[in-house]
Design a protein around this ligand. Structure first.
Ligand SMILES: Cc1cc2nc3c(=O)[nH]c(=O)nc-3n(C[C@H](O)[C@H](O)[C@H](O)COP(=O)(O)OP(=O)(O)OC[C@H]3O[C@@H](n4cnc5c(N)ncnc54)[C@H](O)[C@@H]3O)c2cc1C
Length: 364
C-alpha cells in the first residue's frame, strides 16, 4: 500500500520573510516543503529600527528558520531561476516542485547568519551612541522610524533627515506626511525635503555631507534608509518574466496564483495587488495561499479556492517608543493611541504568536 508520505506534494517556498516564513510553517505537515532563503533566519522587519537603539530587541525579532520550520528543508541560498518543474539556486541546486510560492519581497543585504545580524545591531547602536550628530537618508517608513527612535532615546543628539521627495512617508496620505513632519520637528529633527545626499563622493570617516540643493550637513555617522530593491530581478530571465509589471512586481489573480500559472503562487510585497505593502497583508496572503494549496494538494476543486481582496488603505509608522502615525480608511491619527497599538512592542509579540514561535525557546 502506498503510504501517505510518498504521496505528499513537493512545495517550494522562495523567500523567508514574513510571508514565506508563515506559509512554510503552515504547510510543513501537509507537504514536503523546501524553504529557500539567503539567510538562516526570518526577521520581523517592523522591529529593525528599535533594534538599532536597543540591540537586545533583536533577540526576539530575528528568528532562525529552524525555530518555527521544524519539518521541512531549509536551503540557505538565493533562488536564481525557475523552470517548469524546478527552482535553481545560487549554490547550484535544482529543487523540484509540484507547487511553487514566490515570496521574495525585498532583496536586502543583511548578514546571512543570525549571530552576525545581532552583531550588526550592536555596531549600529555603538555608532549612534558615540555620535553627537546623525544623518538619516530617506524619509520612508525606515528613515522616519529611525529618526524617531534616535530623537526619543537620545534627545541630546542632532538628527538630520534628508528625503528626496517633497513629503515624508509618500506611500501614505498628505495628512500623515505633514503630521509626521510636525512631530519630527517638535523633537528637534532637522528635515530637509526634495533633496538627496551625494554618498558617491563621500569618504568613510568624513563628517561633511553635501546635498543636491547645495546644503552642507555635518554628521558623525549616517544611515542610508532608502532603495532596498524588490526581490524579483532573478525572475526577469525565467519562465515568469511575462508575469512581471514594468515596475518588477508579480501579477497575481484573485487566488494569488501568478498570472497564467496554475501551480505557481506569489505573496507578500512583490505582488501587484493594489494595497499599501504591509506585513499584515503579506501574512493574509500566506494564509489564503496555504488554504488554496491544502485544497489542491488534497484533491479539492479549483472552483473552491479562496480569494484575496486587496487590504484597506492603512498603515502605522512608529515615532519613538510611545507615539505613532496611523492612517486608516476613516482617519489619520498621530500620538499615543496609534503608538499604544504599535510602538512599545513593534508587533513582535503578536507576530511571534502568529508564527507559533515558543518564546521559551529563547529563554524570554
Ligand atoms: C520600517 C518599516 C516598518 C514597517 N511596519 C509595518 C507595520 O507596522 N505593520 C505591517 O504590517 N507592515 C509593516 N512594514 C511592512 C512589512 O515589513 C513588509 O510588508 C513585509 O516585511 C513584507 O514581507 P515579505 O515576506 O513580502 O517580504 P520581506 O520581508 O522583504 O522578505 C523577503 C525575503 O525574501 C528573501 N529573498 C529576496 N530575494 C531572494 C531570492 N532571489 N531567493 C531567495 N530569497 C530571496 C529575502 O532575503 C527575505 O528574507 C514595515 C516596513 C518597514 C520597512
Amino acid at each position: 500500500m502506498a503510504s501517505k508520505v510518498e504521496k505528499k506534494s513537493k512545495v517550494v517556498v522562495v523567500g523567508g520573510g514574513i510571508a514565506g516564513a508563515l506559509l512554510a510553517k503552515s504547510l510543513q505537515f501537509h507537504a514536503d516543503v523546501v524553504l529557500i532563503d539567503p539567510k538562516e533566519y526570518f526577521e520581523i522587519t517592523y522591529a529593525n529600527l528599535r533594534a538599532k537603539v536597543e540591540p537586545s530587541f533583536a533577540e526576539r525579532s530575528v528568528v532562525k528558520h529552524s525555530d518555527y520550520f521544524t519539518k521541512g528543508r531549509i536551503v540557505v541560498a538565493y533562488a536564481s531561476g525557475v523552470i517548469e518543474t524546478e527552482v535553481l539556486t545560487s549554490n547550484g541546486e535544482c529543487i523540484p516542485y509540484d507547487y511553487l510560492v514566490i515570496a521574495t519581497g525585498n532583496d536586502d543585504s543583511y548578514p546571512k547568519s543570525r549571530s552576525k545580524r545581532l552583531e550588526q545591531y550592536q555596531e549600529d547602536f555603538a555608532n549612534i551612541k558615540s555620535a553627537d550628530s546623525v544623518l538619516v537618508i530617506g524619509g520612508g517608513s525606515t528613515g522616519v522610524e529611525l529618526a524617531g527612535e534616535i530623537a526619543v532615546d537620545f534627545p541630546e543628539k542632532k538628527v538630520t533627515l534628508v528625503h528626496k521627495n517633497t513629503r515624508l512617508l509618500d506611500f501614505m496620505g498628505q495628512k500623515a506626511s505633514s503630521k509626521t513632519l510636525d512631530w519630527l520637528v517638535s523633537k528637534n529633527v532637522k528635515v530637509i525635503l526634495g533633496q538627496t545626499v551625494d554618498l558617491k563622493s563621500h569618504q568613510d570617516g568624513d563628517k561633511v555631507y553635501k546635498t543636491s540643493g547645495g546644503e552642507t550637513i555635518i554628521a558623525d555617522c549616517h544611515f542610508f534608509c532608502a532603495g532596498i530593491p524588490l526581490g524579483t530581478k532573478w525572475l526577469k530571465e525565467s519562465i515568469l518574466r511575462d508575469a512581471l509589471t514594468d515596475g518588477g512586481r508579480v501579477m497575481v489573480d484573485q487566488h494569488l496564483r501568478v498570472k497564467g500559472r496554475k501551480n505557481i503562487f506569489a505573496i507578500g510585497d512583490i505582488t501587484d495587488i493594489p494595497e499599501i505593502k504591509q506585513g499584515l497583508f503579506a501574512m493574509q496572503h500566506a494564509n489564503v495561499t496555504a488554504k488554496n494549496l491544502k485544497l489542491l494538494m488534497y484533491g479539492g476543486k479549483e472552483s473552491k479556492m479562496a480569494t484575496y481582496k486587496a487590504g484597506p488603505d492603512m498603515a502605522i509608522v512608529s515615532l519613538g517608543r510611545k507615539d505613532a502615525v496611523m492612517q486608516s480608511p476613516m482617519s489619520t491619527m498621530i500620538g499615543r493611541i496609534p503608538g499604544f497599538m504599535k510602538s512599545s512592542d513593534q508587533f513582535v509579540g503578536k507576530t511571534r504568536k502568529q508564527m507559533g514561535i515558543d518564546a521559551s525557546c529563547f529563554g524570554l
